[in-house]
Design a protein around this ligand. Sequence first.
Ligand code: ADP
Ligand code: MG
Length: 236
Amino acid sequence: DEKKEIKKLNELLEKGPHAEPDQIKTFKDLPISKKTLLGLRDSEFMNPTEIQRESITLALRGMDILGAAKTGSGKTLAFLIPVIERLYRNLWSKVDGLGAVIITPTRELAYQIFEALRKIGRYHDFSAGLIIGGKDLKFERKRMDLLNIVICTPGRLLQHMDENSSFITTNLQILVLDEADRCLDMGFQKDMNAILDHLPNERQTLLFSATQTKSVKDLARLSLKSPVYVSVHENS
Ligand code: ADP
Ligand code: MG
């Protein structure tokens, strides 16, 4: 039943744009799994916001995205839905290890993303965890090889990459750089570059930012392959 659904979703995605962004009214108009739709419904998310309508289908089709939209426009679901769907369509399971890394500048944002993931992902079986410091490295390390989705701050992620040999990223499917402008403003540029050096090249990357500064464009050049630029302006 699940495999049938996945086949159907893949067919819909291969056919080309499922629907033009302005024809998308509810999340049901997007080619996403029943489990995710149920999670969205439980959380009372009915209609996608503009950045979600503009970027989710492209991200589901495997493209790299450079997304710009102001704070509060709904960027979290714009990347969480593609993350969940990518792992689901790849029949990801516990034994497949780390499939997705989401990097965000602060612990607080990491918690918020984790909570959103717990809500909309509640019918899926993936394991997810926060890697944000505050606990000793050993404690985080023990749980790490069990995680399919890691939500982290740049410094702590890099620390694991440098010091934790059981942190294996070779299967990574999808990387999210959230609030990239703030990551760079906070002085994480070097860490971000080092993280990118550690990660496999064959992956999908979604980069979201409220503003498009020069340093965001530099990071985009380093991290994205033929990205689609999705920008949502005022009144949205
Ligand atoms: P951003 O990352 O762009 O600043 P968030 O993803 O944090 O924005 O979303 C801002 C707020 O909007 C959150 O409270 C979130 O729950 C809510 N939200 C996001 N998408 C939707 C949606 N499709 N329908 C209703 N509320 C939404
Ligand atoms: Mg955000």
